[in-house]
Design a protein around this ligand. Sequence first.
Ligand code: MN
Length: 380
Amino acid sequence: MGPLSIREVSTTIVDLPLRRRHTFSTARVELQSYVIVRVRSDDGQEGVGEGAAPGGAWWGTATVESIAAVIDRYLGPALLGSDPLALEEVDALLRRTAPAERSARAALNMAVLDLAARSLGIPAHQLLGGRRRSAVPVAWALSADEADAPGDEVDERLGAGHRRFKLKAGAGSPAHDVARVLGVLEALDGRADLIIDPNGAWDELTAREVLRELSRPGVALMEQPVPGWNHQALARLTGQGTPAIMADEALHTPHDAAALGGLRAGDVWSLKPQKSGGALALRRVAAVAGACGVRLYGGTMLETSIGTAASLHMFCSLPTLAEGCELVGPLLLAEDVVRAPVEYRDGNALLPEAVGLGVELDEDRLASFARPTTMAQVGA
Ligand code: MN
């Protein structure tokens, strides 16, 4: 038998309801959209991947519509005829075809990784260096309402085993944010620590002021206090004590990692396959972090169980992941597109051990949440 060959690539956009509204500094989300990518080889095997853009276009990597369009028109056709087991070759081909389209490449690389692992009858992490851990602690993403008046959600999530909470900031005044953090700290009463994430909403002086106010036990990490472009300010805020500084929007590619590492910008770096362009690029970013002595954290785009499972295979095969992860997508979604969602236990996300990504696409759910195809038509 000759090498396998990819013969079909298709995309489906789905809109899934969340259990409750999720608020970022600039967006409120009630429905979350995803593009589900399917790659089929000539022996009939199928791999599934996912692209996500939490809350639409504001985060800045892509939208589900742009991801689907780039795959349908450019990356999918380019991939036809490729051997799905040649993961580096596939990654290089996709990078040549659409260098700036990292979200679309991540979705497609994810589907090819699933297909390759299924063809070999092994879980995906075995193609990424193998399992180093089988569970990752998950930081719980507090809703904005809960942050204003901590109550049931905090108790419920402490009960579920979460020992770290993440609080979005930057939507109101810095003074209001500080007051909210102090309120949540009081409710937590030392039982969990906090990550504050204003998604780059502050300028350097504001960030410095807030950091001074929040330099206290229980505030573990300040994520991306300044805009992603401002590497110099991020570097100046780093290494000042607690809370530690985490880079997210500033860090996408291995080249970003080299630049941030040279500046000593960020005590911790947040990894997301969509920022880097897939599993192999994410591992290259992680390698630079290791070489620079920077700690790692597993970020999320609020993926479904497909993208979350893929991230778990990547995060669980890294040499180190000192700060845990925030893979809460399946916990926030009221509906998923797989038969059995990713599992959680004692505040940890569990690495799926079945073949491929370890989750099975549910055709009926996919069909029921698929966005109707729209078509521009003269006279309609
Ligand atoms: Mn972030």
